[in-house]
Design a protein around this ligand. Structure first.
Ligand code: SF4
Length: 240
């Protein structure tokens, strides 16, 4: 059992996090994204954060309207496109959020020195573990719950995600408020709300990761087909 003591507002509560996640998964399955986020904020208070790859600021826009000042974890792998770093900087200026740069324990130069250059080409799973998964696990430790922007329609590996899940690996609650959204829902929200978007989207990069592992895709192709193209790898490991 994962019992935690949490103070939200003026109330002190003891929660079994796994029970909380499993019960919310059922009760919120059909709820709109804003209602799911409101529940998360009411339940976890300041022990809640969200993660962003700075592909766009949709989730940041949605969440910051409900919890201004929330911590946003951005994994600064050292391999990002300049446009992604620019989007992060613009987010800091435009939205009422606290963007935290999450750094790997080694710089790219130190990794090249210790493990040889271009690890991403020889062992992308290890590279992703060292530059994304491990740093994020460390950064998530102070929180009880995290909000992610993954969706069921993005890939077969994400087709059965729940709107609220028990993240057993990290012993915390994971909230996916836009899990049920389609690409059309995303496009409409961005257009209707003037959401900041990474400019690479307008240059045939519908899914944006590290520069060495992300390619342009042809119109109409699977949006994630430009990620680790030709390697068979489809996920960095954060969401597995
Ligand atoms: S996406 Fe590529 S460069 Fe980035 S951490 Fe993974 S393997 Fe390394």
């Amino acid at each position: 059992m994962t019992l935690v003591d949490i103070e939200v507002g003026l109330q002190r509560r003891e929660l079994d996090l796994r029970d909380v996640a499993e019960s919310a998964a059922k009760s919120l399955e059909d709820a709109p994204a804003r209602e799911i986020i409101r529940w998360a904020v009411a339940t976890f208070g300041d022990r809640l954060c969200l993660t962003s790859s700075m592909s766009d600021a949709l989730l940041i826009d949605l969440v910051s309207r409900i919890k201004p000042g929330i911590d946003v974890l951005f994994i600064d792998t050292g391999y990002h496109f300049a446009e992604t770093i620019g989007t992060r900087d613009a987010v800091r200026q435009v939205y009422d959020v606290n963007v935290i740069d999450v750094k790997p324990s080694r710089t790219v130069a130190e990794q090249d020195r210790d493990l040889g250059p271009r690890l991403f080409g020889r062992n992308p799973d290890l590279c992703c573990y060292l530059r994304k998964v491990e740093p994020l696990n460390r950064a998530l430790e102070p929180y009880l719950a995290w909000i992610s922007g993954i969706r069921r329609d993005e890939s077969p590996t994400r087709s059965d995600i729940k709107v609220v899940e028990w993240d057993a690996k990290r012993q915390m609650v994971k909230i996916n408020p836009i899990a049920r959204w389609t690409q059309e829902d995303v496009d409409n929200y961005i257009a209707d709300n003037g959401v900041l978007v990474n400019p690479l989207h307008y240059d045939n990069y519908p899914s944006i990761g590290c520069a060495p592992c992300t390619r342009r895709v042809l119109d109409g192709a699977d949006p994630r087909s430009g990620r680790w193209a030709g390697t068979g790898k489809t996920e960095c490991g954060i969401h597995l």
